[in-house]
Design a protein around this ligand. Structure first.
Ligand code: NAD
Ligand code: UDP
Ligand code: UDP
Length: 338
């Protein structure tokens, strides 16, 4: 147990009452896979900030070194370029497993969810680490129950264009529970609903990043289908709080982590107009296959068992993302023209 080990080391002061230099270790050793990505980098900030030692493994498929650059040189931080589909040997107390191409544009044809999750579970088993899987609301597919409760089994097309992600995460949940039941490893499962915020990949095709980038660039916002489909948007700091609380709790989950504030894509476009440019135009495009019609988390379980609920509304969170996007889009343009 990492806590006990820490106490033991700190209780070995010898005759002087002082802990020998180099032996004292404050905080946990934590592995964050996918830590160079959007959510992962915010989580790393939080863990480093509270005194943990953090190892990130990332293959930079969608993540960027820039998201972590402020930790370079910190002796409690390590960044390893590695694909989780390949085995790796590390010694850690906790594993936050985020590595996964998360946008519909990127996640097709990728075995990360299955092979990567298996390796990280194998690692957790070997070193006795606690393992947290970042699953997704997509496990509910095109849900026939609204809002979605954790006990709902979902409505997923197993052979559709999204199934690599949906089914991949469902298998990842299965593997996680099998390693828990079979090998006795401590596991946690979070089902994350649509999350936005600073450091989101600008062009990865997700709706909030698309609308914000389009409005800033004075391009029309592309609404797919009739724009009446709904999503519930969570600000990234709320998610990080939920993930850390879940990891530290005694509950396995799964837990829905999302903001119940539900918006149609047309309403989202309006909020972006209010925030960036009231004259921003909308352009309708054909929708993608198997697009879920509505999605909203029931977060009763997380409220009751983790004492967690989101605090940042879309209207409060969006401006913080917009100023980051503004800087990155126009800063980069300036750098190119210089
Ligand atoms: P992201 O794309 O910004 O981050 C994913 C990170 O994983 C990237 O840094 C990428 O380079 C890395 N990665 C991908 N494949 C890898 C591999 N094979 N080996 C090593 N690294 C790899 O996406 P995000 O939004 O930060 O998502 C993080 C996690 O949260 C994902 O597991 C995702 O499925 C889950 N999630 C996110 C959302 C959301 O709305 N952001 C919603 C549901 C679930
Ligand atoms: N694994 C890893 N790092 C470790 C331990 C295991 O990457 O520290 C990988 C291992 O290569 C295997 C997977 O995790 O592909 C599952 O490991 P486990 O020991 O559960 O299965 P086994 O190797 O017995 O099939
Ligand atoms: N969407 C849209 N315009 C875009 C990108 C996405 O209208 O430029 C829609 C998409 O069809 C879906 C919703 O926004 O109904 C959320 O899509 P996203 O890819 O962000 O997340 P997910 O489908 O995984 O919830």
């Amino acid at each position: 147990d990492p806590i006990t080990r820490r106490v033991l080391i700190e209780e070995m002061p010898g005759a002087t009452g002082k802990v020998p230099q180099g032996l004292k270790r404050k905080g946990n050793r934590i592995l964050v896979t996918g830590g160079a990505g959007f959510v992962g980098s915010h989580l790393v900030d939080r863990l480093i900030g509270r005194g943990d030692s953090v190892i990130v493994i990332d293959n930079f498929f969608t993540g960027r070194k820039e998201n972590l650059m402020h930790h370079f040189g910190n002796h409690r931080f390590e960044l390893i370029r590695h694909d989780v589909v390949e085995p790796i040997l590390l010694e850690v107390d906790q594993i936050y497993h985020l590595a996964c191409p998360a946008s519909p544009v990127h996640y097709k044809f990728n075995p990360t969810n299955v092979a990567g999750t298996l390796n990280m579970l194998g690692l957790a088993k070997r070193v006795g680490a606690r393992f947290l899987l970042t699953s997704t609301s997509e496990v509910y597919g095109d849900p026939l129950q609204h809002p979605q409760v954790e006990t709902y089994w979902g409505n997923v097309n197993p052979i559709g264009v999204r199934s690599c992600y949906d089914e991949g995460k469902r298998v990842a949940e299965t593997l996680t529970m099998d390693y828990h039941r079979g090998a006795g490893i401590e596991v946690r499962i979070a089902r994350i609903f649509n999350t936005y915020g600073p450091r989101m990949c600008i062009d990865d095709g997700r709706v909030v990043s698309n609308f914000v980038a389009q409005a800033l660039r004075k391009e029309p916002m592309t609404v797919y289908g009739d724009g009446k489909q709904t999503r519930s948007f969570q600000y990234v700091s709320d998610l990080v709080e939920g993930l850390v609380r879940l990891m530290e709790s005694e509950h396995i989950g799964p837990f829905n982590l999302g903001n119940p504030g539900e918006f149609t894509m047309l309403q989202l476009a309006e909020v972006v107009q209010e925030t960036i440019d009231p004259k921003a135009r909308i352009e309708f495009k054909p929708n993608t296959e198997d697009d879920p019609h509505m999605r909203k988390p029931d977060i009763t379980k997380a409220k009751e068992q983790l004492g967690w609920e989101p605090t940042v509304s879309l209207r409060k969170g969006l401006p913080m993302m917009v100023s980051d996007f503004r800087q990155r889009i126009f800063g980069e343009q300036k750098a190119f023209s210089a």
